[in-house]
Design a protein around this ligand. Structure first.
Ligand code: PHE
Length: 353
């Protein structure tokens, strides 16, 4: 005898509530597997009920079919959740019960995982190392500084007053106990003046942070390299020579540069150094945003207030400083079009370098 619509729906309901109850009582993956067969297997409760759909006239069949499928999907999802819970519990038990040998060698990486069958250095570290070589060969020392900084070193000592609008260009993350994540490597300028005796030359490669709207050229975490020279007489000429040399060496070719005025409270005069776009040769392309030049190096002569904050007498000492966007330079050198790639967990990105 053909089945009634009401009885079909009744059975569907029953199957659904029974299965949910049983799922809650199941305590092992093998029990779970049995349930799966009982309900979803070829001759299982649900499958058998679904087969009866064929006995209904077509209008009713499509309505009941939809309902039944909806219930089936819901049940399968509940099933999966329980499956995951049980697996997790099993792992937890395993971790508690089993001692495992931490000296066991790891499984080999899959074929072709690394370029030459072994790991290699990250592109940012590669360029950083090259820069360190270039600068140590010119008598520079390499310094490091804290990434969690004080307002004093990140702003105050660099001639940003409390409510200076330039602070807005470098919004950052603050900790609850009064520290901040440094927005640039410049705080090390003052730390260096306090610790080294002049004259000296330093570079400071390192990680910096900004509160940014993320896009292809903005990340909240990136790398810079500060450079600073303190001596009796330092001029813009010295600064230009250093920056020109740096760019030539990194790009392994002659580069054309230009200097524009730029504002930073800790330098006077301050500049932006641009490089003629290597991709289009100055004609204009997407990398140089159709201007023919790319902005690579903000720089200037160290402001007397900053020398004072570092404990140096501006009548005796002068300084030049630049703040290289290290991540930016790496992108230009390897033609990486989106800064967010650096944060991606996909090894395919890193394997290219
Ligand atoms: N610290 C500045 C920035 O991150 C760059 C800079 C460094 C400018 C040194 C001048 C001198 O924007």
């Amino acid at each position: 005898m053909a089945m009634e619509r009401e009885s079909f729906l009744g059975q569907l309901d029953l199957i659904s509530s029974q299965l949910k109850e049983k799922l809650a009582e199941v305590h092992s993956e093998s029990e779970l597997e049995k349930l799966r067969q009982e309900y979803f297997g070829k001759k299982g409760f649900l499958s058998s009920l679904l087969k009866k759909l064929g006995e209904f006239p077509s209008e009713e069949r499509s309505e009941l079919g939809k309902k039944a499928n909806f219930v089936k999907e819901e049940l399968m999802a509940t099933f999966q959740v329980r499956e995951r819970q049980l697996r997790y519990l099993r792992y937890e038990r395993l971790a508690e019960e089993e001692w495992f040998d931490v000296t066991e060698p790891p499984l080999p990486f899959p074929e072709g995982y690394h370029k030459k069958g072994e790991g290699h250095i990250h592109p940012v570290s590669q360029v950083q190392k090259e820069l360190e070589d270039i600068f140590t060969s010119m008598g520079f020392s390499i310094l490091d500084g804290p990434q969690v900084e004080t307002d004093f070193y990140n702003f105050g000592a660099l001639n940003f007053t409390e409510d200076h609008p330039a602070r807005e260009m470098q919004d950052t993350f603050y900790t609850n106990d009064g520290f901040l994540l440094r927005t640039h490597t410049s705080p090390v300028q003052v730390r260096a003046m306090q610790q080294l005796s002049p004259p000296f030359r330093i570079i400071v490669p390192g990680r910096v942070f900004r509160y940014e709207e993320l896009d292809a050229s903005h990340e909240h975490t990136f790398y810079q390299m500060e450079g600073m020279v303190i001596d009796r007489e330092v001029s813009v000429g010295h600064l230009l020579f250093l920056m020109h040399t740096l760019l030539k060496e990194i790009f392994k070719q002659e580069v054309n540069i230009r200097l524009r005025p730029g504002y930073f409270p800790f330098v006077e005069p301050g500049f932006e150094l641009d490089m003629l776009c290597l991709l289009c040769g100055g004609k204009g392309c997407s990398v140089c945003k159709q201007t023919g030049y790319v902005e690579v190096l903000p720089c200037g002569l160290v402001h007397p207030n900053v020398l004072r904050a570092g404990g140096l007498d501006p009548m005796k000492w002068q300084g030049a400083a630049f703040g290289l966007g290290l991540t930016r330079l790496v992108m230009l050198r390897y033609k990486i079009e989106d800064i967010r790639h650096f944060m991606s967990a996909d090894p395919a990105f890193l394997r290219q370098f």
